[in-house]
Design a binder for this molecule. Structure first.
Ligand code: AMP
Length: 280
């Protein structure tokens, strides 16, 4: 594992490699650290796709709101490095904030509809902060493939849109959502939860599975949503729970084939998001 903190050093290394007769293809997996099996599943996908795998660890201040958990977000660089070494990742890019955001760096992009709904509604800074950092990282690394988790489904669609809108020559691949044995979606923020909360948090998946079963069995979507909302509200401070078209997060039309249920819920101070895809 080669570790670079500086853009110039990373780029010199990559330029040297691509000047040889066999320029390597590059996959890129951006993260904010606190790595878990969800992140590692993306690394495994990346490894199958290209010669070289680059993982970034950058806690991106731009995507956090003023009263959010930037200051306490779990970081575990030493353990992360061990995990990346175990997987034989080629390069870790771990820049500091000044490196990613020099004062001159401007990035304005109107995400449009996808940025206004769900997490975009309750966290207005979130997706602008994400496209800001992802565009910058893409520009630095210029990967052939970028792998994102479908745990953050809205983010995944926004990144695909970004790549399309800027005609970037990058293939965006989605990795499946990875869960704990008890069904809880893996998340770095699960570190905030105690044992009792972890048990409670796993109910989100139980409820989503029930809703999926009901939808598969043709239960009316309004009723499914009502029941799911009621169930979630018993245990969580619910931010949203929506059943939408999985291709564009639009409203569901008659005979929709690809459906997704998306949930964001607060358990104490911890924000949990989850989703389940349903193909009819
Ligand atoms: P983060 O470090 O939270 O910014 O996440 C980095 C990448 O890992 C994003 O593409 C996430 O969607 C992905 N990811 C996080 N949790 C999971 C999970 N449970 N399953 C699959 N991918 C995940």
């Amino acid at each position: 594992l080669l570790i670079f903190n500086k853009i110039s050093e990373l780029q010199t290394h990559l330029a040297d490699k691509s000047n040889t007769a066999f320029a390597p293809t590059i996959s890129f997996v951006p993260t904010m650290g606190g790595l878990h099996a969800g992140h590692l599943s993306l690394v495994k996908i990346a490894k199958q796709k290209t010669d070289l795998v680059i993982v970034s660890i950058f806690l991106n201040p731009a995507q956090f709101g003023k009263n959010e958990d930037l200051g306490s977000y779990p970081q575990s660089l030493e353990v992360d490095i061990k995990q990346l070494k175990n997987l034989k990742v080629d390069i870790l890019f771990a820049p500091n904030t000044g490196e990613i955001y020099p004062e001159s760096y401007q990035f304005d992009y109107d995400i449009g509809y996808l940025g206004t709904i769900l997490c975009g509604k309750s966290r207005p800074q979130f997706f602008p902060g994400i496209v800001r950092v992802v565009y910058r990282l893409f520009d630095i690394i210029k990967p052939n493939i970028a792998v994102f988790g479908k745990k953050d489904f809205q983010q995944f669609l926004i990144i695909k849109q970004l790549v399309k809108d800027f005609n970037l020559d990058i293939k965006v691949i989605g990795g499946n959502l990875i869960r704990e044995k008890n069904g809880l979606a893996l998340s770095t923020r699960n570190n905030y939860l105690n044992d009792i909360e972890i048990k409670t948090a796993s109910k989100i998946n139980d409820f989503l599975q029930t809703a999926k079963y009901e939808i598969k069995n043709k239960k009316d979507l309004k009723l499914v949503k009502n029941d799911l909302t009621t169930n979630l509200k018993k245990y969580f401070n619910l931010d949203y729970c929506e059943i939408l078209n999985a291709d564009n997060l639009g409203k569901i039309n008659a005979n929709e084939k690809n459906i997704i249920i998306l949930v964001a819920a607060m358990l104490g101070k911890t924000r949990l998001i989850d989703n389940i895809e349903i193909t009819l």
